[in-house]
Write a protein that binds this ligand. Sequence first.
Ligand SMILES: NC(=O)c1ccc[n+]([C@@H]2O[C@H](COP(=O)([O-])OP(=O)(O)OC[C@H]3O[C@@H](n4cnc5c(N)ncnc54)[C@H](OP(=O)(O)O)[C@@H]3O)[C@@H](O)[C@H]2O)c1
Length: 337
Amino acid sequence: MAASWSPDKMPNLNGKVAVITGASSGIGLHTAKNLASKGAKVYFTARTEKKAKETVDFILAQDPTIRPEQLIWVELELASLESVVKAVEEIKKVEDRIHILINNGGTGGGAKLQQTKEGWEFGMVVFHIAHFTLTNGLLPLLKKAASEPGSDVRIITVASSASRIFFPPGYQFNFTSPEFLGGQLPSESLLWRLTKRVFSVDMMIYGMAKLAATMFITELQKRLDEQGVPILCLNPDPGAVKTNNSDKTFTGLMNSAIGMVQKGPEKGCYNSLFAATAAEVTHSPEVYKGKYFEPIGKVVQLPVLDDEGQLKGMWEHTSTATNKYLAEHGLPQLLDW
Ligand SMILES: NC(=O)c1ccc[n+]([C@@H]2O[C@H](COP(=O)([O-])OP(=O)(O)OC[C@H]3O[C@@H](n4cnc5c(N)ncnc54)[C@H](OP(=O)(O)O)[C@@H]3O)[C@@H](O)[C@H]2O)c1
């Protein structure tokens, strides 16, 4: 049963190569630790060498059976596509196959709408555009691993319930216009208007960036299925987890109150690990692939994921804007998917 799943049910991952973004704290740190505990070679990203070293020290102290060479730091600043392209090149120099990619990293964004000079909303870059570009660059390695007999290759993007809770059924999204990249919300929901005072982050803007990343998983799955590539694309929401990120989400007293019901990142990583490794997913791919699911393995239907027009809009506007940026900065264009 998925609901009672825990990492002791993870299969042996010897010989598997995993890449995970944002593993220097919280959910990513514990996800990386569990993957390495099961034998995977884990390329983990952190923004500084100091954080990378702390990450390795923490993981090795938690599980002395992990060999230091299983943990390889890749420098990555998700707010910079230059850094994303560099990270892809670095991994491609030393690996030709990847079995698990976990797009986890990022912060919740600011209290106000923050835009880059391209007019992109900051969280949209970190959670969506950067991971879109990273996945595109690493896809040939994932496809190569998927071409091996008996392969089990998975692309995971960590979701958030903010993409669901603050957007009521029937909400009119605007992914058919490039304005979504700038964090332009079509409208504020009633729930958000009633609750925004207890948040220190704009949860609708954050939720929209995370939703674009969720839609990417759904649309990527469709495209890989059309090509007959046996890769599973999955979108686990970790639930409410006490981390650096979540500590910046609520205002004062509310933060302390919520802290009492949040789980720690030791358990907050379970849904990501389920997505990345659980046998249930391989046994019932039709249940999970391209889907958003809450802990653990509980698929929740988001109407926008069935809306061809919105999915196509998200994909085309993201591709166009990303390629424009890459061209203007002398970086290689996105690969064919
Ligand atoms: N916590 C929750 O309740 C919750 C709920 C739903 C979804 N999530 C999702 O879970 C994922 C992990 O978050 P978390 O709660 O574990 O938070 P966290 O402890 O703050 O971890 C975030 C990780 O992402 C890295 N990161 C942040 N901004 C980055 C950037 N611009 N470039 C590169 N790396 C960056 C952080 O690195 P640094 O150490 O350098 O900052 C850290 O390793 C996120 O995608 C978040 O949206 C969390």
